[in-house]
Design a binder for this molecule. Structure first.
Ligand code: DGL
Length: 251
């Protein structure tokens, strides 16, 4: 059976994980589901996020996904028990934390994440005792969704968050949306190693038996589903230079 990966996020953050997977496994058929109707997840109660995440994992399975990548730290934090039980449901938190531990030279790591992710203390669990500080950066998510990545407002917030770091040499972008402002963070803190979830997830998929295919000989199909407005999704994808074979609405 040909594998099909379903990727889930509240919005455009998981596209960073989609991009990393697509660049390595070109022949794979992929589905992307963005729950734009309920974004942001990071400031919602955990039970609400869990119900939405379980619903859309089920939807992706019904659409034929044989593997699910929950490309959202917040959603992962709400269903971490399911990720432990079902090897075909992959969350981003554990692989990203392990990756950061391998990257850090002084073993002092900082985290930018949403409120729900920070409060779940899961990064703390996986990184203990190496997590220096976990910062609630939920305010960035709606700004990133507006797609004006280099705004003054975003710059000011990043600056205030970075001031809370002390000795950490590695910063986890523990919200997949933050990949899109990675260049701004890198510019403000050039000595920090930045870790996002793209590479760790690709690495994990290789360990689960996925074969790299980059020669362009066969190209898998990509379908984008949004619970929000299709015209808005089309605009966002165009602006970010993503190509999907189909863009569809999802209840
Ligand atoms: N992209 C999601 C994450 O990785 C969060 C965005 C949201 O708050 O909806 O946590």
């Amino acid at each position: 059976m040909k594998e099909k990966i379903g990727i889930f996020d509240s919005g455009i953050g998981g596209l960073s994980v989609y991009e990393a997977i697509r660049s390595q496994f070109q022949e794979l058929d992929m589905l992307y589901l963005a729950d734009e109707a309920h974004l942001p997840y990071g400031v919602k109660p955990k039970a609400v996020v869990r119900a939405l995440t379980l619903k859309y994992i089920e939807t992706l399975k019904q659409l034929g996904a044989t593997w699910i990548v929950v490309a959202c730290n917040t959603a992962t934090a709400s269903i971490i028990d399911i990720c432990a039980e079902d090897t075909h449901v992959i969350g981003v938190i554990a692989p990203t934390a392990q990756w950061a531990l391998r990257q850090s030279k002084n073993q002092k790591i900082a985290l930018f994440a949403t409120q729900l992710t920070v409060e779940s203390k899961l990064y703390e669990k996986y990184l203990s005792p190496h997590l220096e500080v976990a910062i609630n950066c939920s305010q960035l998510v709606p700004l990133i969704e507006q797609m004006n990545f280099s705004s003054q407002e975003i710059d000011t917030l990043i600056h205030s968050y970075l001031q809370q770091l002390q000795e950490a040499d590695t910063l986890i972008l523990g919200c997949t949306h933050f990949k899109w402002i990675r260049p701004m963070i890198a510019q403000m803190a050039p000595s920090l190693q930045l870790v996002d979830s793209g590479e760790p997830i690709v690495d994990l998929l290789k360990k689960r038996g996925f074969q790299v295919q980059q020669d362009g000989s066969s190209q898998g199909k990509s379908v984008y589903y949004t619970t929000g407005d299709v015209a808005k999704a089309r605009h966002q994808l165009e602006k970010m230079h993503f190509y999907f074979d189909q863009i569809q609405n999802m209840e």
